[in-house]
Ligand binder design. Structure first.
Ligand SMILES: CC(C)=CCC/C(C)=C(\C)COP(=O)(O)OP(=O)(O)O
Ligand SMILES: [Mg+2]
Length: 424
């Protein structure tokens, strides 16, 4: 068994049963290249959900956590006893003497630690992704430094510590590369522009959500998906995702990518009209222009499925959005200096706070850290309520929390892409 096989989390009983039906192969290699790996059906959930709306407002509303969102959680589910709830993560520490050093986390930013990334796994994922990107001709040689500097392999290994196989990690990496290629080439750094963005993004969406039409035009559409690197990357990454995901997980992802593209269009519209929105409107846009497509695949990458009836419940949608918003605001905070260096009007949370408060960027930045922390605590409080009620939701919310922690680790240690302002 290769050394890589030993680093994957030992599968639980039902996953082993599932794999017993597949051809025997070490964990580190797909059962059979290109063969669709079975998605492990979740165990039947215990009937712990109130049967009807009337039950949701029963007398059992105990005292529990207060703050953002707890009223929503309390209205829907009984809160677990304090002893049931996991201890909160370590509170953010103060700034080190002389301020944070390159690679240090933002002082005062609250985020639990990530599972350390196994270097062997990172190297193998990077090797496979680089070969894939080269085969699809995704970027010219002059971008090779930025590709290496992005550290995609380290990102997905940190974000998915319970990934069921190396192949599933590589699929997450292909999607991450494709999402950034589209953002860079269509919207931002590499020739992107808000002008005509809608026309480019609608074809990009069809690389995920196929056209169904008359044969002749169907063929033209299929040929059109090879026209540029963004389209090629979306089409091939999506093909790979369809091989490891269930139909409902695919539909979930396609929906989340449409949300992402709507967020790109809003950001582009405000750039065209030079609009600096009020903070609340910016937070709406950032809930769509968001890492959500990465978090919504955590069950597929970990080899199980949070079934659609569970995933669609309002309280599950809420904790998913809270996790996605917290991790995207982390990007605002770590990419702040990079974005300000390019365009002082680039929209991010500190910029819109400073405009609304008519204050300085430093005060706005520190206020943005507080907003992130409030969202992060709400995510932890409310997902603890869900996790205490159902093992599948416990696994799902653990996966969300791991993605949030891993992505924070990737951001604060990626000194090639990011650096902190001298605010401490
Ligand atoms: C990976 C993924 C789904 C990205 C979608 C949206 C996106 C590019 C981000 C949330 C990152 O934000 P931003 O455009 O500010 O990227 P950088 O700050 O340049 O890393
Ligand atoms: Mg950013």
């Amino acid at each position: 068994m290769s050394s890589l096989s030993r680093v994957f989390a030992a599968p639980t009983v039902h996953e082993v049963a599932d794999r017993a039906s597949a051809p025997s192969a070490p964990l580190s290699a797909p059962a059979c290249p290109g063969e669709r790996e079975p998605v492990v059906p979740p165990p039947e959930p215990t009937a712990s959900w109130p049967a009807s709306p009337a039950e949701r407002t029963g007398p059992w509303l105990p005292d529990g956590p207060t703050g953002l969102g707890t009223s929503a959680a309390r209205a829907l589910l009984p809160l677990p006893a304090e002893s049931d709830r996991p201890a909160p993560g370590p509170e953010a520490g103060p700034a080190p003497e002389g301020g944070p050093r390159p690679g240090d986390p933002i002082p005062g930013l609250y985020c639990p630690p990530a599972v350390p990334a196994d270097p062997a796994k990172v190297a193998e994922v990077d090797r496979r992704l680089e070969a894939w990107a080269h085969d699809l001709d995704l970027f010219p040689p002059e971008w090779a430094g930025d590709f290496a500097g992005f550290q995609v392999g380290r990102a997905v290994v940190l974000q998915h510590p319970a990934a069921a196989s190396l192949e599933r990690l590589v699929v997450a990496g292909k999607l991450l590369v494709a999402e950034n290629v589209v953002d860079d080439c269509y919207c931002e750094d590499y020739g992107g522009s808000p002008i005509g963005l809608g026309g480019r993004l609608i074809i990009a969406q069809s690389a995920l959500d196929p056209l169904h039409t008359a044969d002749g035009y169907q063929r033209q559409w299929h040929e059109g998906l090879g026209a540029d690197a963004p389209l090629r990357s979306y089409a091939d990454a999506m093909r790979a995702f369809r091989e490891i995901a269930s139909p409902s997980q695919v539909t979930r992802f396609v929906h989340d990518m449409a949300r992402l593209h709507l967020g790109y269009l809003a950001e582009g519209a405000w750039a065209q009209t030079r609009t600096t929105p009020p903070v609340w409107k910016y937070l709406v846009m950032r809930q769509f222009n968001n890492f959500r497509p990465c978090l919504s695949i955590v069950d597929a990458v970990d080899g199980y499925e949070l079934s659609e009836p569970f995933y669609s419940r309002p309280e599950v949608q809420r904790v998913t959005a809270l996790a996605c918003n917290a991790t995207t605001l982390v990007n605002d905070l770590y990419s702040f200096t990079k974005e300000m260096a390019v365009d002082e009007h680039h929209l991010n949370l500190p910029v819109v706070i400073a405009a609304e408060d008519r204050g300085g960027l430093k005060e706005a930045y520190l206020k943005a850290v507080g907003i992130h922390n409030e969202i992060m605590h709400a995510f932890e409080d409310e997902s603890a309520v869900l996790a205490a009620r159902n093992p599948v939701l416990a696994r799902y919310t653990t996966g969300l929390a791991a993605w949030v922690a891993g992505n924070h680790e990737w951001h604060h240690t990626n000194t090639y892409r990011y650096s902190l302002p001298n605010y401490w």
